[in-house]
Design a binder for this molecule. Structure first.
Ligand code: ZN
Ligand code: ZN
Length: 319
């Protein structure tokens, strides 16, 4: 079982523990975000999705069919779970414990999502929690100037633009706990290999299932490239949309929001205000109707003895 190496005071400093301030309920403060800011972000996110759906409908039977849909959906779910259950809930926030085999599988699946190596992903996300919507937040949609230009700059920065910023100098200090593990350091360093395997698997399956090079090419396209595109947009929307659009039942020191659409598409990550209020919680969808596929996966792992010490805001939520 994985031990929590990070001391409690460090956890508190990194804002990975709840604060008194974060658990007070408040009225939704939607009014503090301008309609222009919401429209710009939603356009960046929704238009590419609409394009993919249109392409699928237009191409059905001519380069897209049941095999391609199966590869797209299964690779999407597996690699998003690598990020949400693995990179995020297990490694960043230590919200449960598991054995080395499940840890390794989660690092490999998360790496296939092409969002950077484990150690860097965790460091940046811990920094996001420490400085949410402040100057040192790596991907806040705020503080990018006023007026319509500031809004566009903020939405673009939170969604994609922040990748082009230089890395903060002190990232290593956020992952001292993970760096001590030989296994995790090695798996993280092998990031390019996992990405390549994540592209080869759908190509291979596409070729085998349809029996031809064209099938392999279509498998690579839909199960690889289109899947990565969709996974990217959904994950980035947690950074952009979920700090702009939705409800904030908990008063936190940032602009995090619960967003229903990304609760579904992000396999539970869209309940982002809940998450900022209780960063340590393995469960993000705290109400029965807040669909949280990643939490259900953690419960299934626990059922088979593969997850333990699952952390929740209150024990009664363990169902
Ligand atoms: Zn956030
Ligand atoms: Zn988090």
């Amino acid at each position: 079982m994985m031990k929590s190496i990070m001391p409690k005071d460090t956890m508190t400093k990194l804002n990975l523990m709840p604060t008194q301030k974060s658990v007070q309920t408040s009225k939704d403060s939607l009014s503090s975000i301008s309609i222009g800011r919401k429209i710009v972000t939603l356009s960046i996110v929704v238009i590419p999705f609409a394009g993919i759906v249109a392409a699928i409908i237009l191409l059905w039977g001519r380069g897209f069919g049941a095999v391609e849909l199966g590869l797209l959906v299964s690779m999407y779910i597996l690699t998003v779970l690598g990020i949400t259950v693995g990179f995020h809930r297990l490694f960043t926030h230590r919200s449960f414990e598991t054995n080395r085999i499940i840890q390794s599988i989660l690092v490999i699946l998360g790496s296939m999502a092409l969002q950077g190596p484990l150690l860097k992903w965790v460091a940046l996300h811990r920094r996001h929690h420490q400085h949410s919507d402040e100057h040192d937040d790596p991907h806040s949609p705020y503080n990018k100037g006023s007026g319509i230009l500031g809004i566009i700059r903020g939405a673009w920065h939170a969604h994609i633009g922040w990748f082009f910023d230089p890395d903060p100098k002190d990232l290593n200090r956020y992952v001292k706990d993970l760096s001590k593990s030989n296994l995790l350091s090695k798996l993280s360093a092998l990031f390019p290999l996992w990405v390549a395997i994540g592209l080869l698997i759908p190509a291979l399956l596409g070729g085998l299932l349809t029996g031809g090079w064209m099938g392999a090419l279509l498998g690579l396209l839909w199960g690889g490239l289109v899947r990565i595109f969709l996974v990217h947009h959904v994950t980035w929307s947690i950074n952009s949309v979920c700090h702009l659009w939705g409800r904030s039942p908990f008063k936190t020191s940032d602009h995090s929001r619960n967003n229903f659409l990304f609760g579904i598409l992000g396999l539970g990550e869209g309940w982002h205000n809940n998450h900022h209020a209780f960063p340590f919680s393995a469960r993000h969808g705290l109400k029965w109707w807040q669909f949280d596929a990643s939490y259900y996966v953690i419960r299934i792992l626990a059922l088979f003895g593969l997850a333990s010490k699952i952390r929740l805001p209150v024990p009664s939520l363990a169902r």
